[in-house]
Design a protein. Sequence first.
Length: 68
Amino acid sequence: MSTLLLLLARENPWPGLAVASLNLIVALSLVGISLLLGVTISLLAWFGTLVDRGAVPVRRRSERRAAP
């Protein structure tokens, strides 16, 4: 069976090239999506720390400065 597939690939390489290019497009899109998700999650975490930092009352903030 594998010799039949190799014979077909030798006669017409276009289907193999089409599948390889499709695999490349899918891989690049997955890498792009993962990078976008990573940046989004890190920005949300950073924004969460900014919001949390702003929620500290003024008295406690002055106590923190005086402690060190």
